[in-house]
Design a protein around this ligand. Structure first.
Ligand code: FE2
Ligand code: FE2
Length: 269
């Protein structure tokens, strides 16, 4: 189990991968398997483990959504050292295997989709600015920034895997919005298309047994559920608002308070 870590405690906890033995349906005492994300002294954190996946060779893959990398934990020298029953962890950042060409092509295409999403939301933000709905404009602008973060997440992942991301030309985003309902209807269609694309790449990564890419995409699959949900919710609220300008102003005040939920991934080092 990966403990992502809690920053709300007076003393920081989590930030580790543990093994929990099961005795029937009862959980036993957790044993630390990988630690070190919380630095000595307890005040400083450099990463947060999230998803876990056991690869075909028995190694354990862990993604870290704070610094955007995938770790591979493998055993080393168990037979020689006679330390049967104890793992001798060796962490390596990124995968040792070269990336499959079809997966690389798909990820490059997804980078384009994410940047296209950023363009779409920024264009929609401009439309809202032009009709003085600054709260909606702010929400859409923030969404645009998050989409850039998504693109960079894949960009960095590819370089961590020893590949080279290839940026592609972007299509001009639509600008002829006719109403807020139109903006968010298009946004939902856009997100549904991105979800389908992510699912397709995940299926490809499964076929190609590309485990690090599967771990990366699990984050995106979760994110897409959130994205579709939040856009659908706004769409529903807009339908409820109808012609009421006071309700519309309340909604846009609420949306205008949106702040970044996660920092942009740092460049791969
Ligand atoms: Fe995205
Ligand atoms: Fe999105």
């Amino acid at each position: 189990m990966a403990y992502h870590g809690s920053s709300y405690r007076s003393q920081l906890t989590g930030y580790k991968v543990v093994f929990i033995p099961m005795h029937g349906t009862k959980a036993g005492t957790p044993h630390d398997v990988v630690t070190g994300w919380l630095l000595a002294g307890g005040g400083s954190v450099w990463g947060r483990p999230v998803e876990l996946l056991v690869a075909a060779d028995g190694s354990l893959l862990t993604s870290d959504d704070d610094v955007g990398v995938v770790y591979r934990l493998a055993t080393a020298g168990r037979k020689d050292t006679g330390t049967e029953g104890h793992m001798s962890p060796r962490l390596s950042v990124g995968g040792a295997d070269p990336m499959n060409e079809a997966v690389q092509t798909a990820l490059n295409r997804q980078i384009k989709h994410e940047f296209s999403s950023a363009h779409f939301y920024l264009s929609a933000s401009g439309y809202c600015e032009s009709i003085s709905l600054t709260g909606f404009a702010g929400w859409l602008r923030q969404q645009s920034r998050e989409e850039v973060g998504h693109a960079l997440r894949i960009f960095d992942f590819m370089h961590d895997r020893g590949s080279r991301a290839e940026l592609q030309a972007l299509d001009q985003p639509g600008r002829d919005f006719v109403s807020l309902l139109d903006v968010f209807t298009q946004a939902l269609q856009h997100e549904q298309a991105v979800t389908a694309s992510i699912n397709e790449i995940y299926a490809l990564a499964v076929r190609e047994q590309d485990y690090p890419t599967q771990v990366l995409l699990q984050w995106f699959i979760t994110e897409q559920v959130e994205e579709e949900k939040s856009v659908s919710q706004i769409l529903e609220e807009l339908r409820m608002v109808g012609d009421s300008s006071s309700a519309l102003l309340m909604l846009q005040r609420e949306l205008g308070t949106r702040r970044a939920v996660a920092p942009m991934p740092a460049a791969a080092s």
